[in-house]
Design a protein around this ligand. Structure first.
Ligand SMILES: [Zn+2]
Ligand SMILES: [Zn+2]
Length: 502
């Protein structure tokens, strides 16, 4: 049995201060306790706060909590009294989706990821959306799962111009079954059987995760119906938030398997406000209660300023490209000018590439990830790519790469960097040049270990990126330029991050 140490805050008309204590659950499992404040914070009804000190703060916090409970009650279709009664606690105990009910535009922009993540879009730019279950559950056959997911997508494609295609490559919507902490941060960890069943990320992330400790079933009442939950989660992956209409699919609570299930009017209005009707019209006559995740989100949010650069390269069009997760940012001399899915700029490109370089003599761009390399001419992926490098000297943890050219020379060398070492890669033989690796500190004096991205830029200097700083390196004199490191975001991402010269 899975016992949780959780705390409940007692609220009552008699008490004028809150007391921390533990209340045993009255239902079948006496060890399941509900953390009321934790629940209200997790789902966006309350902000987390530092511990209260004065009596006044405690009194204010009671009023604040009462407002939060009232908001939750109206979302859950209960009388909005603000009083924590049995019906409210029962509603909090219902199996549900892990996505927040109430989200600020900033949170939508970062799609519940840690601050260094930023989901720039809020709907998919293309009408054809690819999907794959890269980590299926063992509780159902893969054929059953695929059928269930196809049905779940069909609810949405029936009322919009969207098409969903299964892919063996990098999908738009990647489905994974996982348990407990599964790489989204502890705050988004799954919680064992019951509680959170699944969660999903808004476009253009689209990752959809299911708690593999649930009893997943297909079209049955006992257990949790995979198709129903998938249909709800795909709503998020397409850009819908939670709905306060209790009968809608996008309501946050699991409503059980219903053999006559149909999308609610509210779900249909929500999705059509993003993608239009089946024949391509955008309908905005009635505002849906389903919150479109796109509300009030500007294309470039300040959260972009905290992002790590996975890789960085010049493009064949003269712009600078920064890769992060599935997104590529096009930069000019002053900052970000466009935010796109990297696959839409560099077809077939992997998410979170390790490094990228552009060779201006051949017009080839190389993207590196693990042992694989994607090669482009212009923005076209070359035939037979990606390739897998078999050279045993090839480094697998590449964090950065540059296409290096000294002043007056037309020859370019590709250097690959991991934490402490660098290698020269020969793109004609797909192998490492003999004599490498060399240490970064021995050759690139002043460049720290663990750089995350690098570029030899249009001014001929080499820029190395790590954390929120970057360093400028004089390529001819092989010395670090004075006055660096500097702050990365204002110089490279532009005015949204405070703007500064490079
Ligand atoms: Zn949800
Ligand atoms: Zn997850």
């Amino acid at each position: 049995m899975d016992s949780k140490v959780l705390y409940i805050l007692i609220l009552s008309g008699i008490l004028n201060v809150g007391y921390c204590g533990v209340i045993k659950d009255k239902t079948e499992d006496p060890n399941t306790l509900i953390d009321i404040d934790g629940y209200l914070e997790k789902y966006g009804y309350m902000e987390s706060r530092p511990p209260f000190e004065t009596e006044e703060e405690i009194l204010n916090s009671d009023a604040y909590r009462k407002t939060a409970i009232r908001k939750f009650q109206s979302f859950a279709g209960l009388d909005a009294t603000g009083i924590l009664n049995d019906a409210t606690i029962d509603a909090m105990r219902k199996p549900r989706c892990g996505v927040k009910d109430i989200q600020t535009p900033e949170e939508v922009a970062q799609a519940d990821r840690p601050l260094n993540f930023y989901a720039p879009g809020y709907k998919w730019p293309s009408k054809t959306i690819t999907w794959r279950a890269s980590r299926p559950t063992r509780k159902l056959s893969e054929a059953t799962q695929r059928y269930a997911f196809e049905n779940a997508f069909k609810y949405w494609s029936d009322v919009t111009p969207l098409k969903f295609e299964y892919t063996y490559g990098e999908p738009d919507i990647d489905i994974q079954f996982a348990v407990r902490d599964h790489g989204d941060g502890r705050y988004n960890a799954f919680d064992g059987k019951g509680g959170v069943l699944a969660h999903a990320y808004y476009p253009t992330n689209g990752d959809t995760h299911f708690d593999d400790e649930e009893s997943w079933v297909f079209r049955k009442n006992e257990g949790t119906d995979i198709e129903t939950v998938a249909a709800h989660e795909f709503g998020h992956a397409l850009g819908l938030g939670h709905s306060s209409e209790p009968k809608s699919l996008m309501a946050p609570f699991y409503q059980g398997f219903n053999p006559d299930f149909k999308l609610h009017e509210d779900d249909i209005r929500g999705i059509q406000s993003l993608y239009g009707t089946k024949d391509g019209e955008i309908t905005t006559t009635h505002a849906p209660t389903t919150t479109s995740s796109g509300n009030d989100v500007t294309p470039v949010s300040p959260t972009v300023c905290n992002m790590k650069f996975d890789a960085m390269t010049l493009g064949p069009d003269g712009f600078t490209y920064v890769f992060r997760n599935k997104t590529v940012y096009r930069l000019n001399n002053t900052g970000v000018v466009a935010t796109m899915l990297s696959r839409h700029v560099y077809p077939g490109a992997p998410r979170s590439p390790g490094a990228a370089v552009y060779m201006d003599n051949t017009k080839n761009t190389f993207i590196f990830k693990g042992r694989r390399i994607w090669r482009y001419t212009g923005f076209q992926l070359d035939a037979d790519y990606p390739i897998t490098i078999t050279d045993s000297n090839y480094p697998t943890r590449i964090h950065a790469a540059i296409a290096f050219k000294s002043t007056g020379s037309t020859a370019q060398q590709i250097y690959l960097f991991n934490d402490n070492s660098f290698w020269e890669f020969n793109p004609n033989t797909n192998s490492i040049v003999p004599g490498f690796p060399l240490t970064i500190s021995g050759f690139w004096r002043g460049i720290p270990a663990g750089i995350e991205a690098a570029i030899q830029w249009t001014d001929g200097d080499i820029y190395f990126f790590k954390g929120d700083k970057y360093r400028r390196f004089d390529a001819d004199r092989r010395t670090l330029t004075k006055g660096y490191p500097k702050d990365k975001a204002p110089a490279w991402l532009g005015s949204v991050c405070g703007s500064a010269p490079k």
